[in-house]
Write a protein that binds this ligand. Sequence first.
Ligand code: ADP
Length: 471
Amino acid sequence: MMHSSSINTRLWLTYTMIIFLVLTFASAGIIFAFQRSPLLYRQIFLRMDLVSNLLTDRLSFVINADWDPTIQLFFKEAELLDVQVAILDSSGTLLFHTMDYSVDQIPQINDPFTTAERSADRALVFNDAEKEDWFYQISQINDAYYLLVAARRPDVAIQSLFQDELVKPLLRTGLFALIGAFVLSWLMAEWITRPLRKISESAKNIAVGKYEKVPIEGPMEVQQLALAMNDMSQKVEKSLQSQRDFVANVSHEFKTPLTSIQGFSQAIYDGTVHNKKDIQHASDVILNETNRLNVLVNDLLTLAKLDAGTMSMTKESVELNRLMQSSIERFYYELEKADIKINPVFSDEIYLYADAVRLGQVFSNLIDNAIKYSIPGSEIQVTISRQGRQAMVTVSDTGPGISEEECARIFERFYQVDKSRQGGTGRGVGLGLAISKQDVEAHGGEISVSSKVGEGSTFMVKLPIEDATNK
Ligand code: ADP
């Protein structure tokens, strides 16, 4: 058995991969956001802003007076908010401060206006002597003094944050998503595979000759498959049936002449028929039946070749009126004998790109049938006309006509309206029109019949007129 994974497994794997990807991207996004976002720092910034605003205003009032005690007081307040402060003069010299590190290391201290750079997202940062990070901002008190506010940046290791806050919810979500994916993939797989299983079941049934319709359900593609399957099984059934019918018909058609041939030759061999007249009769029957078999075998061979597309056609430019004229002339003696006239109404010259022998055979077959089914003294109409890019040939008789249901079937192999009609020795076995249809179609044409019971039949052949394109 072929080794391959089921749709269920594939879906399950796909979903799992999607979940994994989504979770990975989500985690990466969250980590990135945490790293960039001032979310954790916002409170610190708020405190720094508060102290900075409060002190800048108040200091501008007390400056230059005896400000030492007042400043100490202010600084105490600032310390309550866990913020360090310092006052610098415009050259960056530290005048007062609450800090316990070297202020020299504060960068950009001589350029207080870099404070403007701090946005909500980004803080100015410097390292102190102990390599600790500080947020700071500088604001101007007046022309001579600047206020520096700083706060220690809390040490949030992204790794621990990830472990403490993210791993658990991510794992939980992942687990739920996996269970969800499992159920979903099972449902999806069922939805797709159930109708598929029915189709494969029905394919197996066709193999053992059981033709049943597959229900049209499931996703669109599966429905299309089911439709195609039903169509195919119907065609297979029909074609098998027609093959069986064909074999039955062929055997039947062979049986009757073979039985007569066997009977009469046996009689001659046994000496049961001995006078000259009887022997003459027996040989006559044997000869006729042999001819009949010969015609039948030739017809079957022609059909087989047309079916297989191996019929060698020598197509060339053929003038339709002349071809019909010579087909009619072949029936000179039959027409005389049956006292039937043919009245051809031809058109101007029409050229077809055709195999003259095959097409002549089609016309002969139609004329032959018309003669066979016409009563003595009647007339057969043959017309040729031009209909746009098509040539139209009609052969009409005033014979018994064909009923509507039979009209639909007379082009089938071995179909004969009334087998008793032409007697046992007539040429026909019901293959003539089937062969004609194949021949006409091989020329890109169409053959049809219109008939009224009791009034006669008209056979119509439409053929494409020769032009540069259908060569
Ligand atoms: P066949 O060899 O029996 O003539 P065809 O294939 O030529 O076979 O014709 C099939 C059947 O169609 C005939 O058996 C006959 O019943 C019917 N048919 C054909 N041509 C005519 C016609 N001109 N008038 C009435 N019936 C016809």
